[in-house]
Write a protein that binds this ligand. Structure first.
Ligand SMILES: C[S@@+](CC[C@H](N)C(=O)[O-])C[C@H]1O[C@@H](n2cnc3c(N)ncnc32)[C@H](O)[C@@H]1O
Length: 205
């Protein structure tokens, strides 16, 4: 990865993902997290203030060193111990059946081999563990989907491999999860091509 991907992009993500308007979604997706949690695509720790009191420890998986540095202030204010524990969601350095919950917010769009990453999340979750997610992806409407397919090559180049057309719920089901809660909606104030969100909880068998 060059200077743009390593230095500039994590700062752009920190600002773009750090908008106040997104905080209610972070609050919602973190509700019910408890026990030992693995968060993939930790970024600059924007979910840290929303971890509920029932969380005992968080293992953060994040490749960008700059993202981790930008998380510093939030980490110092955290009421839960958070450790940078891995660099790649596609290859999690944890034994099977380790975590009670997993968390991913706007990350499944970017991980190159998303099916492998979801397989890894399933592997490290205990049986019956829950995967909390809010992700943008393939829109429910055909007209928006057409634009997503057109714009995806540009999006991938500018935003470090971010896909617009990943079918989030289908990917979760294909990885063997059972979706127990799902809300699909367009995010206010975001162009529909980028703001088709899926927020929910998936159960690991
Ligand atoms: C759009 S950002 C979202 C960051 C954060 N989850 C949030 O909500 O603010 C996507 C994140 O995925 C991370 N990422 C990219 N490839 C990854 C991989 N293979 N494994 C884990 N995280 C990855 C990026 O570095 C970035 O921090």
């Amino acid at each position: 990865m060059g200077c743009y991907g390593e230095q500039v992009l994590p700062r752009i993500v920190n600002v773009a993902c750090g908008m106040k308007t997104v905080e209610p979604l972070r609050q919602r997706v973190c509700e019910g997290l408890a026990g030992e949690v693995v968060e993939i695509g930790f970024g600059s720790g924007l979910n840290v203030p929303f971890y509920p009191a029932g969380v005992t420890r968080v293992a953060a998986v994040e490749p960008a060193d700059v993202g981790w540095k930008l998380a510093d202030k939030r980490l110092r204010a955290a009421s839960v111990p958070v450790q940078r524990s891995g660099l790649d969601g596609q290859s999690l350095p944890f034994p099977d059946d380790t975590y009670d919950c997993a968390l991913s917010t706007w990350t499944l769009c970017t991980i190159p081999d998303v099916a492998t990453a979801l397989g890894e999340v399933r592997r490290v979750l205990k049986p019956g563990g829950t995967f909390h997610f809010v992700e943008h992806g393939l829109a429910p409407d055909e007209q928006v989907r057409r634009w997503q397919h057109r714009l995806e090559p540009v999006q991938k180049r500018v935003f470090g491999g971010c896909h617009l057309t990943r079918p989030i719920a289908d990917l979760l089901r294909s990885a063997g999860f059972t979706i127990t809660e799902l809300d699909v909606f367009y995010e206010d104030g975001t162009p529909k091509v980028m703001g088709a969100n899926s927020l929910g909880i998936a159960l690991s068998p």
